[in-house]
Design a protein around this ligand. Structure first.
Ligand code: SF4
Ligand code: MG
Length: 323
């Protein structure tokens, strides 16, 4: 039931004060060992904030994050340092997340410095093994980030995330800044590392196409809420939430003659400062008219349609009409 609200200065000349951004508003899920949860949604839906709150790059407003039964959000001192080793982060932009003044060796030595682990030849050997694990030549260890391509830089970011033998990696759009031709190489690397090391991933992405191959389960977020969650194959075969259906119909198909029922969403995502009452999707939902006033006044609670498949939409909780 994770919540992250943050204050922003009001963007209004005539009214001073602060507004509250409802970035993450009561989100719950779990990720199994060795599994990938793909988390998708449009810009501003709260998916990156959620990832940052989990690793304590930002403080949660309320809620709980448990790792192997241990509470992350209140951990301090040695307990927090241990949890930080277990849960690592890969950033969206490999250009911005690597310090340009640091060599690869310095970048990869930093996690060991911070945690007081390995030194001397053991550390050098570890750094070489990390480069090998992500498919970069050990001879590149004294080079600087600008000497690498975007895909290679993201490999350095992945190597840094692996340095402390984590169990979970939060991947925040790790390939969306890369050329399409490079994206699948990096995704294949992440898949192989997961298989070899038993890692769990929270894989954050803008659209469903990006999580289709890498995920075991998929969650869909809209304006700070998780609106649907299902095993991947099920989500693509029988998407239940009108928003998920729209995201699926937005995935390009290779055959231009293919006939599909496309759902085109109207309008923009509303502001997370003042999200719509009732179902937050009601201002854009093509099915809201079927339900009527409930969509505008009552927040839909998640219901389970099948094992592991939850949806928050009144279409699935309407009283059945008498036969
Ligand atoms: Fe659409 Fe209503 Fe379902 Fe929300 S609750 S997704 S507005 S039908
Ligand atoms: Mg983001």
């Amino acid at each position: 039931d994770l919540v992250k609200h943050f204050p922003v200065r009001r963007q209004n000349l005539f009214q001073r004060g602060r507004d509250i951004v409802h970035a993450v508003d009561g989100v719950s899920f779990d990720i199994g060992e060795g599994r990938t949860l793909g988390l998708v949604g449009e810009s501003g839906c709260g998916k990156s904030t959620l990832g940052r709150v989990i690793v304590r790059l930002e403080d949660a407003t309320s809620g709980s994050v448990l790792f192997n039964g241990r509470e992350m959000l209140s951990a301090k001192g040695a307990a927090l340092r241990a949890l930080r080793r277990d849960i690592q982060f890969i950033f969206q932009d490999p250009y911005a997340s690597l310090d340009p003044r640091m060599s690869v060796e310095q970048i990869l030595a930093e996690p060991f410095e911070i945690h007081g682990l390995e030194s001397g030849p053991a550390r050098t050997a570890k750094i070489r093994a990390l480069l090998d694990a992500v498919g970069l030549p050990a001879a590149h260890v004294s080079r600087f980030p600008h000497e690498f391509s975007g895909g290679q830089r993201q490999r350095i970011g992945i190597a840094r995330a692996l340095a402390l033998n984590p169990r979970v990696i939060i991947c925040d759009e790790p390939v969306s800044a890369l050329d399409v031709s490079i994206q699948s190489q990096v995704l294949n690397l992440l898949t192989r590392l997961q298989r070899d090391l038993g890692l769990s991933y929270l894989f954050i992405a803008h659209g469903l196409a990006a999580v289709k191959h890498i995920s075991h389960d998929v969650g869909v977020m809209y304006l700070g809420k998780l609106v649907e969650m299902a095993p991947k194959a099920r989500l693509f075969a029988v998407p239940a939430h009108p928003y998920t259906q729209a995201l699926i119909s937005a995935i390009p198909v290779p055959d231009p003659r293919a006939v599909r029922n496309r759902t085109i969403l109207q309008g923009e995502v509303p502001s997370p400062i003042d999200p719509p009452a009732g179902c937050r999707f009601h201002t854009r939902c093509p099915r809201a008219a079927e339900i009527g006033v409930r969509c505008r006044t009552e927040e839909p609670r998640p219901v389970e349609l099948a094992p592991g498949h939850q949806v928050a939409c009144h279409l699935y909780t309407q009283p059945k009409a008498a036969a």
